[in-house]
Design a protein around this ligand. Sequence first.
Ligand code: ZN
Length: 104
Amino acid sequence: MLLLQSNHTSPSHFAKSSGAGCEEENMDDDALRKAMLVKLIEIEGYDSLEELMEAVFSDSVSPAICMNEDCNFVSEMEPDQDRGWCDECRTNTMVAAPVLAGII
Ligand SMILES: [Zn+2]
């Protein structure tokens, strides 16, 4: 009688470490939103964010700006719009001022 003693120590620990994905885009995105907000306030001719927000909340519409570089297309949209259609770029890149400001 033979007792099969299989003490196989197979290295089958599939601990896949995904450490190669440096996603530090949050800071950049935040900075971009702030920059676009400042640009939007300028284009619309407001003196400050507060002034623009007052107009937004009394009208229930908001100026939105295209987030694509070198586009600067501005249009009236819903104040909570964050993927509006840009007629220039033909992409959903329009973001309304309150969203840029982080209010909505
Ligand atoms: Zn655009």
